[in-house]
Write a protein that binds this ligand. Structure first.
Ligand SMILES: Cc1cc2nc3c(=O)[nH]c(=O)nc-3n(C[C@H](O)[C@H](O)[C@H](O)COP(=O)(O)O)c2cc1C
Ligand code: SF4
Length: 431
């Protein structure tokens, strides 16, 4: 485990550039410890300078889509409006992700610095913090400690739904409605909360932004690849348990996930991500340029190493059932198509599925792709299609009544990938 160097000590920033973690101190830091480590926030009252620094850093969003941060900052800064909004998205609605929860617990002031700095850069008149129910008391305590922030921060709890963290769902929820997505355009940066230009950034993105404001773009670029600079928090699920760590973009996946005989496949990018077969994927690295070769993306950094004694079809069917139930029920292809796909997968996961089921799944996947107001059907289809390819040998095994997770006639159905405790969730959880 790398130790965190105090960057406010002489030479500290330069030394810290070489090492990770950058974002995660060993223990939660209150305002006093935070200021001792980092000093006060720079760039105040110089908003254009910060946007240029963020452009030079190459920082992209860490909430899943990897969109260049400076472009959103510039769009909201440019907008002419009396009211502008900045939002820190800590919904962490992906059930397999734990990184935002940990960041908000150990480095809450870094996130709040980032929210204030980004808010100032775009000329925001109000700020919001949108939090998962699992967010600990540290972030609220940190808010209470900060007396001199320019923007007052309103806290809203995100409902425990997969789509609650999606940008338009967040805007609807902050506006007092249900956390359901709506069609884009307009983008939130053009017309968001109450029609005001709204900057929505993931909490980890804001923490990186706060560090770039202090140490500059060159420091940020000392880790990562030229095209995808910096580090990212990843949540890693392995046979031995779940952990969050910070990794340089471009790190070999094999060093994060392992490749031994006890691992049969990797899941990259969470439940809108993709299964990758081993050993084919063994040389890939944690960056989108590398992952694109397998149709995958890092997303919000959820990684899993599926143990050899679990069935990838059973795992995919469990998650697909959850994703189908999480449809916001507004678009026909999503509402009707995803349950059909989930039922097909449940059949494949069982003994002796019908021969045409895998082909039917491919056809149904084609029918829902690109047909929703949000990315949910497309993300679900990517996940399902990757399972059909990666677990093709397992589909053939099931056709003969066997399963890789079977021993002495019994199938190991112990769940591996996490789903919310109360799943399936209830209708009233939307609000
Ligand atoms: C289904 C779905 C769920 C999402 N959930 C989250 C989330 O929980 N937290 C988050 O920051 N972004 C989430 N996003 C991405 C947001 O829509 C948005 O792109 C992000 O908050 C922007 O911040 P960033 O550019 O800093 O990543 C989700 C997107 C989708 C399609
Ligand atoms: S595509 Fe699905 S999840 Fe997205 S808005 Fe439409 S019904 Fe809701």
């Amino acid at each position: 485990m790398t130790t965190v160097v105090n960057p406010s000590a002489p030479g500290g920033a330069a030394r810290q550039a070489a090492g990770l973690p950058r974002l995660l101190p060993a223990a939660p830091e209150d305002l006093h410890a935070h200021l001792a480590r980092y000093g006060p926030t720079p760039y105040q009252r110089r908003p254009g300078v910060l946007i240029s620094a963020i452009e030079a850093s190459g920082l992209t969003g860490r909430g899943g889509a990897a969109f260049p941060v400076y472009r959103k900052l510039a769009a909201v800064a440019r907008a002419r409006a009396g009211r502008k909004v900045a939002v820190a998205n800590g919904a962490e609605s992906e059930p397999a992700s734990r990184k935002d929860e940990l960041l908000l617990r150990v480095a809450p002031h870094l996130v709040l610095d980032g929210l204030q700095l980004a808010g100032e850069a775009v000329g925001a008149t109000e700020a919001h913090l949108y939090l998962h129910a699992a967010a600990g008391p540290e972030i609220l305590r940190a808010l209470a400690e900060r007396g001199r922030d320019r923007l007052r921060v309103t806290v809203t709890q995100a409902p425990p739904r997969f789509l609650a963290g999606q940008e338009t769902a967040l805007v609807n929820r902050l506006g007092g409605g249900p956390a359901r997505p709506t069609f884009q355009p307009p983008r939130a940066s053009e017309r968001g909360l109450g029609g005001a230009p709204t900057l929505v950034q993931n909490v980890e993105t804001l923490a990186h932004l706060a560090l770039i404001a202090r140490y500059g773009p060159r420091w940020f670029r000392a880790v990562g690849t030229d095209a995808e600079p910096g580090s990212m928090l990843v949540t890693i699920h392995q046979p031995g348990g779940t952990r969050v760590r910070e990794a340089g973009i471009g790190t070999p996946l094999a060093t994060l996930l392992g490749t031994g005989a006890e691992v049969q496949a990797w899941l990259i990018g969470g439940y809108h991500g993709a299964w990758l077969p081993l050993p084919d994927a063994v040389g890939l690295t944690l960056d989108n340029a590398s992952l694109a070769r397998f149709g995958a993306a890092a997303g919000a950094g959820v990684l899993a190493a599926l143990p050899s004694d679990r069935c990838g079809l059973i795992e995919t069917a469990r998650v697909a059932g959850y994703l189908a139930a999480e449809s916001a029920g507004q678009c026909g292809p999503c509402l009707n198509g995803l349950p059909r796909i989930a039922a097909g997968l449940a059949e494949l996961a069982g003994p002796r599925p019908r021969r045409q089921t895998a082909a039917d799944l491919e056809r149904w996947a084609g029918l829902v792709t690109g047909r929703g107001a949000c990315h949910h059907p497309d993300g679900t289809v990517r996940f399902v299609r990757s399972a059909l390819t990666t677990f093709a040998p397992e589909i053939a095994r099931h056709a003969t009544g066997q399963c890789c997770a079977s021993y002495h006639g019994a199938t190991n159905r112990r769940p591996f990938l996490p789903l919310p405790g109360g799943w399936p969730t209830r209708e009233e959880d939307w609000t």
